[in-house]
Every structure is written in structure tokens, then in C-alpha cells.
Design a protein around this ligand. Structure first.
Ligand SMILES: C[S@@+](CC[C@H](N)C(=O)[O-])C[C@H]1O[C@@H](n2cnc3c(N)ncnc32)[C@H](O)[C@@H]1O
Length: 574
């Protein structure tokens, strides 16, 4: 099946002047990690070429390989070196230009980087006995300086390999983002640049062609990766996935955890999975062989095989099979936490904390126009220790912005800070409501008992707040009309919750999990009405005690975990 975006307009003919200007500007920029330049170690490059099947035993002279953002030429030079091995083994001393000119296409946007990569390529060709003028001709055939997402590329490829750029949308000029959005269906929400890169690269694969990329693993589970996952589930085969978390896969340190994916344009099938290999030439060569071998032994710990990893837009679940079986069982047996009568939300972002937040007692506004605020710092040691901060509140109980004429002190306060408040993006978009906060404040939330959970913590950090404070934006909250919150606290502190979050969230540096609303909503929970009286008490006491073992013990009973399921969690609450 062909994807819809196979033929793109020619860059020179149809690009709007502002888009062309934006591309030119990017091409001249200083490179840094923030505009996507992270280079791959040679051991990892060879590993990816092996996994994708770009090996000298294949007739590489008659295959086409694409490197969409070649940087300093790490993948490019390794691939060309293999191509020359194959060519020398086959053709001996034919005409390199005639034989090889269609074998490679490599794109790079940034001018200076392009020059550096080109220089390295020429050096390599000459060191492999290609004459200087033929080396120049080949480099001119193979290399394109331009924006991979806009260049017209005519033919499909047998291989696409590389490490696409990581660039957040905010850093790309708006005319260019609009053009990308027009062309690529996967770029929505906060999708990073590597998302449309993968989309276009996949679209350029021949039947049975294979892509091997290393990039951040975020898109495999999160919201903005959804459309890309759907394309892959419907039109491709996710052949292998290697988790590179914590390995020095790149020449510099990066925050986002990397993974290698190998995807072919062929009917969907099983996925080979490996985790965190040592970055060592021999280890990786062996691992590639094991991943690509016809049979694998599932009892060998290095490579596992799973079916049904890519399913529509669903997050890819790549964890250990017994843990997956437990997740699947709980997902089948219980409703999600919100259906079970709990609400998961995030605290207020103001866009200008300096103006909106201050010591509660000192905020010189009417009592009804300020709320005591809970921040991450108040959550030390599993309990609330309010540091006395407050947030000014522009919303009434009816959810509407209040009229400033009704609150003269509030109006005076806002005017005093007007320069900062009105400068915020949300204020400029809505001039009459210039004093709104980014998220609407619902004053009654402060009065509701709730559980507060800070984002980014290695272990669940779930704190009971009895109904006095309004949560700040780095805090997620859970309220419930059905569940006893102390009992729910025990569930949220248990290994079961940890497994749900670890399965669905992306891990941060140091193995931290992200306890964000989208992942918290994945938790499955029995209905409170179905929890027997004695277990209710046990859960609630465990929550109050904050004792991990007691929370596990009661929660394992709640979900009726079998002995095997308990050991899959590695928990000790048996
Ligand atoms: C993550 S680096 C990878 C470089 C190399 N492939 C490697 O693995 O070491 C990404 C490269 O993409 C380039 N780049 C950024 N945006 C691009 C675009 N729109 N088209 C082509 N290349 C781009 C950057 O200049 C950078 O060299």
C-alpha cells in the first residue's frame, strides 16, 4: 500500500518565500543539541546497519540507501564503506560512478555540517582508492544540502538509516511548521521534528525495504506519537526494538532516552526485543545476529519476541511478558480509574508565577480573590507542610472570569503587575481576559480532599491533602466521589500502580518515572462498592501509614493477584 504523500512539490518551484527564508535561516544556524544535533557512536551505527540488513554479503551496489540527516557523516561513511566492500568483492575495478551513483542519497540541512560530512566522505572514498574526481562526482550525486521534509525525492529506497534531529516545534519558525503540518499527518500536538522525519522516511521505503533509526523513545508511548504508531501498525512490520536507555549510544549525553527501531514495509509480524546492550563492537555484532536469526530461544535473556506490539494508535508495550500479561489481565477485569469514580487533573499554570503567586498573607487582594497554594516543595516526607504561598484567582465559582469593577483591590494588584501579566501568550491572545491564568482555576477544588502527586519521581509520592490548598502546576491531583482517598493512596503507592506508570510512561534520566495525568489515567481500579468492608479498612490504614509493604499487601488482595502475578511485580506483599 502506498502512503498518500509520495510525491511532494518541488522545493524550488512551489515554496512560499517565508518558508524558504525559514529554511535558509535554519541552515545557517549554529548547531547545538537544542536544534537536534546529537551524533551517534560508530559501534551503534554499525549495529543499526547490521540490524537493517545493510551488510556486505548483500548486493549493495543494486540497493539504495537513504540517510535523511547525515550530520558529520557517521552513518553515511559507515554505509559507504560497506558499499565499497560489496562493490570491490563483486565488480573489482569497474567504473565506480556508473556502478554506485544511485546507491546512496544523504541529506543535511545545516551548511557547515554538510561541508564537514562531505569532506569526510571524500576522504573515505579516496582512502578506498576512488580517484579524487570520481569521489567528487559521487559526492555530488549522493549528497543534498536541504530540508529533508521539503526536498523532492524521486525514488524509493531499500534502506533508510540514521538518527533524525530532535527539535521541539517551538524552535521552528511558524511558516515552516505550517508547511510541515500541511505535508505530514503525524505532526500534531507537541510532536517533535523526528516524528515527521520518520513518517517521510517510511513513506520512501520500497516494498520490503527497511528503516533502522535511533531516536528518543518518547513517541512509542505518548500522545503525539499516536498517528505515527497507527501508520506503522497498518502498513509496516515493527521488526525489532532495542532499548538503549542508559547506554552511551551518542557522542554526547542526552536527556531523552534513546531506542533503536527497525521497521520494514511488509505485513505486520512479531517484534524482536532487546534491552540496554553494552556498547561494544563484538557484543553488538552478536546481538544483531541473534535478533535477525530465524529462530530465537525465548529463554535466552538477551532477545525476546512479542506479537501485537503495534496496535493502531495504542502505546507500544515492550515490557517483560509476565508483567504485560498482568497489565492485560487488570485491563480486562477492571475499569480505568476515572470510570471508577476518580478524577485526575493537573494544578494551575499561571504563565507568570512571579505576579500570580506570593505569600498568601501578603497578597493584597480581596479574600475571595486568592487561594492557598500547594507546591511540590510542600510535599516533603509524604505529608503536606504548607509554606504559606497563595495564588491570586481571577475566576468565580461559576467558572467565569470575574469583573474587575467588583474587586477594586484585585484590580489594583493586577494593574500593578500588568506589564508581566499582559505579556503572557494567553493574555495577548485574549485581550479582554488578559488577567486569566493558563488553566482555569476552579476555586472549589481547594476545598476538596485530594491526593497530590508531583511529576517526575522515582517512586510514587502520593500525598493526602485534606481540602485546604489549590495545587500548583507541577502537581497532579486525584479527587473521588466514590473512593476513600486514604485507601486510594495505598493503591497509588503500590507496585501495581508503579507497573502501570512504568509501562505507559517514558523514563527520564536516572530511571525516574513520570507520574503525569495521561499515565495516571491508565491505572485500572475496582469500584469502591465492590471492595469488601475488611479490605476497605486494611487499604485505608495502609494508605495512612505510608508503609510500602502494607500498601502492597492490601493492594495485591484488592486485585486478587496470584502468586505468579506477585512475583512478576517483584513485590514482597505475598
Ligand atoms: C541527531 S543529528 C544526527 C546526525 C547523524 N545522522 C548521526 O547519527 O550522528 C541530526 C542532524 O539533522 C540535521 N537536520 C536538522 N533538521 C534537518 C532537516 N530539516 N533536514 C535535514 N537535516 C536536518 C542537523 O543539522 C543534524 O546534523
Amino acid at each position: 500500500m502506498q502512503l498518500v504523500f509520495d510525491s511532494l512539490p518541488d522545493i524550488d518551484e512551489q515554496l512560499d518565500v517565508s518558508v524558504q527564508a525559514a529554511v535558509n535561516k535554519l541552515a545557517e544556524q549554529e548547531l547545538s543539541e537544542s536544534n537536534g544535533s546529537v551524533y551517534t557512536r560508530t559501534e551503534v551505527v554499525d549495529f543499526i546497519l547490521d540490524l537493517a540488513g545493510y551488510t556486505p554479503d548483500v548486493d549493495l551496489c543494486n540497493k539504495r540507501l537513504l540517510e535523511p540527516s547525515f550530520g558529520h557523516g557517521e552513518f553515511l561513511c559507515a554505509a559507504v564503506s560497506r558499499l565499497l566492500d560489496a562493490w570491490y568483492a563483486k565488480a573489482g575495478r569497474g567504473d565506480a560512478v556508473a556502478d554506485l551513483k544511485d546507491a546512496i542519497l544523504a541529506v543535511e540541512l545545516h551548511g557547515n555540517t554538510f561541508k564537514e560530512g562531505r569532506g569526510k566522505l571524500i576522504q573515505l572514498l579516496e582512502s578506498r582508492n576512488i580517484s579524487p574526481d570520481k569521489a567528487e562526482v559521487l559526492a555530488s550525486h549522493w549528497l543534498v544540502q536541504g530540508d529533508f521534509l521539503l526536498e523532492s525525492i524521486e525514488y524509493p529506497f531499500d534502506f533508510v538509516v540514521g538518527n533524525p534531529p530532535y527539535v521541539r516545534q517551538e524552535l521552528i519558525p511558524s511558516a515552516l511548521i505550517a508547511e510541515y503540518r500541511r505535508r505530514y499527518q503525524t505532526i500534531y500536538d507537541r510532536a517533535d521534528l523526528y516524528i515527521p522525519f520518520i513518517e517521510r522516511s517510511l513513506s520512501l521505503l520500497k516494498d520490503e525495504g527497511t528503516l533502522g533509526f535511533i531516536c528518543a523513545d518518547r513517541w512509542m508511548k505518548n500522545r503525539y506519537g499516536g498517528r505515527l504508531r497507527k501508520i506503522i501498525a497498518e502498513e509496516f512490520h515493527l521488526k525489532s526494538y532495542v532499548d538503549m536507555t542508559g547506554t552511551p549510544a551518542f557522542t554526547s549525553d542526552v536527556v531523552a532516552y534513546p531506542a533503536i527501531t527497525v521497521i520494514s514495509r511488509e505485513p505486520a509480524g512479531r517484534t524482536r526485543i532487546a534491552h540496554r546492550p553494552a556498547i561494544d563492537k563484538e557484543v553488538l555484532a552478536k546481538l544483531a545476529k541473534a535478533i535477525n536469526s530465524a529462530d530465537i530461544k525465548n529463554d535466552s535473556s538477551a532477545v525476546r519476541e512479542m506479537s501485537g506490539v503495534a496496535q493502531g494508535e495504542d502505546p507500544w508495550l515492550l515490557e517483560l511478558p509476565d508483567q504485560m500479561a498482568l497489565i492485560r489481565r487488570l485491563e480486562q477485569d477492571y475499569p480505568d480509574i476515572e470510570t471508577a469514580g476518580c478524577r485526575v487533573g493537573i494544578g494551575v499554570a499561571t504563565g507568570a508565577d512571579k505576579a500570580f503567586i506570593g505569600q498568601y498573607a501578603e497578597l493584597d487582594v480581596e479574600e475571595s480573590r486568592k487561594l492557598p497554594l500547594a507546591t511540590t516543595r510542600d510535599l516533603v516526607s509524604g505529608e503536606i507542610k504548607w509554606s504559606g504561598l497563595g495564588v491570586i484567582n481571577p475566576y468565580g465559582d461559576d467558572g467565569k472570569l470575574v469583573n474587575l469593577d467588583d474587586y477594586p483591590q484585585f484590580a489594583a494588584y493586577l494593574n500593578q503587575h500588568k506589564e508581566v501579566i499582559a505579556r503572557r501568550h494567553c493574555a495577548r491572545k485574549n485581550q479582554s481576559g488578559w488577567y486569566k491564568t493558563i488553566d482555569r482555576i476552579v476555586p472549589s477544588l481547594a476545598e476538596r480532599p485530594k491526593l497530590l502527586i508531583p511529576d517526575i519521581k522515582g517512586e510514587a509520592h502520593v500525598v493526602y491533602e485534606k481540602g485546604e490548598l489549590y495545587p500548583h502546576h507541577n502537581l497532579y491531583y486525584i479527587t473521588s466521589s466514590e473512593w476513600d482517598l486514604r485507601a486510594l493512596q495505598a493503591v497509588l503507592l503500590s507496585e501495581v500502580t508503579r507497573l502501570f506508570i512504568a509501562t505507559y510512561s517514558t523514563k527520564m534520566r536516572g530511571g525516574y518515572l513520570r507520574f503525569q495525568a495521561q499515565y495516571l489515567r491508565r491505572i485500572r481500579l475496582p469500584r469502591w462498592a465492590d471492595v469488601p468492608e475488611n479490605l476497605r479498612t486494611e487499604l485505608s490504614e495502609a494508605g495512612r501509614s505510608l508503609d510500602a509493604e502494607a500498601c502492597n499487601h492490601a493492594t495485591f488482595k484488592l486485585y486478587g493477584l496470584t502468586h505468579d502475578e506477585r512475583s512478576a511485580l517483584g513485590g514482597n506483599g505475598a
